[in-house]
Ligand binder design. Sequence first.
Ligand SMILES: Cc1cc2nc3c(=O)[nH]c(=O)nc-3n(C[C@H](O)[C@H](O)[C@H](O)COP(=O)(O)OP(=O)(O)OC[C@H]3O[C@@H](n4cnc5c(N)ncnc54)[C@H](O)[C@@H]3O)c2cc1C
Length: 298
Amino acid sequence: MSFDVIIVGGSYAGLSAAMALGRSLRNVLIIDSGMPCNRQTPHSHNFITHDGDTPKQIIEAARQQVLAYKTVGLHNGLATRATRTNTGFVVETETGDSFNTRKLIFATGITDVMPAIDGFAACWGISMLHCPYCHGYEVRQQPLGILANGDIAFEFTKLIHHWSSNLVLFTHGKSALTPDQTKNLAERNIAVVEKEITGIVHDKGYISAILFSDGSTHAVTALFARVAFHQHTTIPITLGCALNEQGFIQVDDFQRTTVPGIYAAGDNTTMFRSVAGAVAAGNKAGAMVNKELIDEDF
Ligand SMILES: Cc1cc2nc3c(=O)[nH]c(=O)nc-3n(C[C@H](O)[C@H](O)[C@H](O)COP(=O)(O)OP(=O)(O)OC[C@H]3O[C@@H](n4cnc5c(N)ncnc54)[C@H](O)[C@@H]3O)c2cc1C
């Protein structure tokens, strides 16, 4: 089967691109493996018209609206490979299907790498938080922790302090803060705890305390953490798309990657992660791909 555009990844960015393309009368196939990064979070915030909805509710409403456009189809499954052809690309899936397309959009997101701390993964997105704009309001003025070290820890602590001054920084090993940073935090009564963390005490993902290797605990109601990540799929890389220094797919202002005919949108391209941002980027990618197709055909 042949399409104008295949969108790999059918979450916020991918569905948004699909809507722009469906409304542009394009034959589109979305291939989605159903693993959005926020799937464990009970409520999504900071996206107008859907503030407080579950991630699933937002996806389901989006899918319903997008698939109402008759030229847009959805394949539930994993894309495993893509290669260039004379007319565009061919995309293969783990079920052995293959689809031809003139253009490709990767809206594949990223995978957060959970640190080897017992209980951390179970709390991720519930009380182990990555972003104050998404979840800071709900834990405002509560006893919070930051799990980070060095310059990132200082900047993150500064940011989270806006939502709660009842704050402790856990460096999980020797502090790499500068003397100035340490003094600045001390002046604001923000303790720096260097003890090694061995576990998170929680009930169904809701944290009550941090457990240290010396057996002691520290009570918090939420912990903000910056974790490592990798691209959810390496297909864009095997097609030659460049990554930037931080590991995101390099795109220009029109969501074009460094490979002609391939676009990317959403978390896989930016450290500014939000549903609204992914929807905006997907919307732009859809319009720009349509424009490229018009330019080729007119
Ligand atoms: C725990 C957590 C909580 C969050 N809470 C909020 C919040 O409250 N508010 C907010 O605005 N933002 C929140 N965010 C950020 C927000 O979820 C992301 O910015 C957003 O999901 C990015 O959308 P995306 O479409 O780029 O990627 P994702 O939503 O991650 O979706 C990527 C999709 O691509 C699919 N995919 C990947 N590779 C393949 C492949 N090879 N074949 C087929 N499909 C593939 C995946 O299965 C997935 O469905 C949160 C993030 C996290 C991690």
